[in-house]
Ligand binder design. Structure first.
Ligand code: NAG
Ligand code: NAG
Ligand code: NAG
Ligand code: NAG
Length: 322
């Protein structure tokens, strides 16, 4: 009885309001496992996620053209053509879908769902993911819907964290959500709760959990059944976005077939270190080379070149600019 009271007290102390979204859609197993475990940790979770798969849409802000109905089926046909353009689970008012891009889902949560249905509660943290597939390095920072929706949270002044898992199989929660401790979605959700609760614990009496304009990017390695070496509880390694193993895309033309295909390349430009701690390993390196380790990078949305570079460029633009 005493122990139960203690746990209740703990969960009350750390009960926070979390807006949860992703880019793989509201029916994806990873986000449903995260929703379940954040709630179990005592938080008030409001989930607003795309009705369809929106991976790779970056920061595009698209809202439904037909506000009354879906013009095509949602992911896994969970909501179909003709259904309303947004709504919630019949048995859970906290789980919403929206026919928009990930960034638009976060905005719809902040500007419609929360004011209209949740007494406009103050959101303590915006969480995205865990994505199905990793998002490491500068290229995915701008390409990923998960990352861009996280940036939208940061632009709006909220602390925000992007989570990505190495389990890239797009699975429907009604087929795959279980309590198997080796299910990668369950391990990803546990990692997510560890990071979120660490932040809230560190927050103490401060009004914000992260500095203004700052977000986190968290990438989880292959775990559970996906892991070759029984990785079930990866350790957390502090990292940076840029650095070794960061890639971008190129195109190779095949003279024989006349087709083009994509080839990933590793230019030196993605290893530059103009900001932050240059001794930190890149998140790409951690996911490629480290065993059973989750990379956590802090990013800022102050994209201006630093002062040294700015002055150098200003010299190049003078007398055009003054
Ligand atoms: C909800 O709260 C935010 C500040 O937390 C405020 O800017 C916004 O106007 C409020 N919206 C409504 C509809 O009351
Ligand atoms: C991938 O997801 C599908 C759909 O949910 C599921 O049937 C299949 O077993 C999964 N495959 C793997 C390798 O996990
Ligand atoms: C992983 O764990 C299982 C069951 O505990 C064991 O049978 C297997 O040998 C382990 N594999 C490795 C690579 O350690
Ligand atoms: C180029 O296309 C040919 C013909 O389709 C194919 O046999 C070959 O493997 C391709 N080469 C590469 C490098 O993809």
């Amino acid at each position: 009885m005493k122990l139960l009271g203690f746990f209740l007290l703990l969960s009350v102390v750390f009960a926070k309001n979390i807006l949860l979204s992703n880019d793989d859609g509201w029916a994806a197993t990873n986000i449903r496992a995260a929703y379940r475990d954040l709630k179990e940790a005592g938080h008030n979770v409001i989930m607003v996620a795309p009705v369809a798969q929106r991976s790779g849409w970056g920061g595009r802000f698209q809202i439904p053209e037909e506000t009354d109905k879906l013009v095509s089926n949602g992911e896994f046909d969970y909501k179909v053509k003709g259904d309303p353009a947004w709504g919630h689970e019949d048995d859970d008012m906290n789980i919403w879908y929206f026919n928009g891009t990930p960034s638009a889902c976060v905005a719809f949560g902040l500007d419609y769902v929360i004011p209209k249905h949740f007494s406009n509660v103050t959101i303590d943290l915006v969480v995205n993911g865990p994505n199905e597939g990793i998002n490491v390095g500068p290229m995915l920072y701008t390409l990923s819907g998960t990352m861009s929706a996280t940036c939208l949270g940061v632009y709006r002044g909220y602390p925000a964290v992007a989570f990505s898992g190495s389990n890239s199989n797009n699975s429907f929660f009604k087929d795959s959500l279980d309590d198997d401790p080796l299910n990668p979605s369950n391990i990803n959700a546990k990692q997510l709760v560890s990071v979120v609760d660490q932040l809230f614990e560190a927050q103490g009496v401060n009004s914000r959990v992260l500095p203004l304009g700052v977000g986190l990017n968290v990438n989880i390695p292959k775990v559970g059944y996906d892991s070759d070496y029984n990785c079930t509880s990866p350790k957390f390694v502090y990292s940076r976005l840029n650095g070794l193993d960061s890639d971008t895309s190129s195109i190779v033309y095949n003279e024989t077939s006349g087709y083009v295909h994509v080839k990933y390349i590793y230019p030196e430009s993605l290893t530059i270190c103009y900001a932050g701690d240059c001794t930190l390993p890149s998140e790409a390196l951690i996911l490629e080379e480290y065993k059973c380790s989750t990379a956590i990078s802090a990013f800022q949305v102050d994209y201006d070149a630093n002062l040294v570079l700015q002055n150098q460029v200003k010299g190049l633009l003078t007398p055009l600019v003054s």
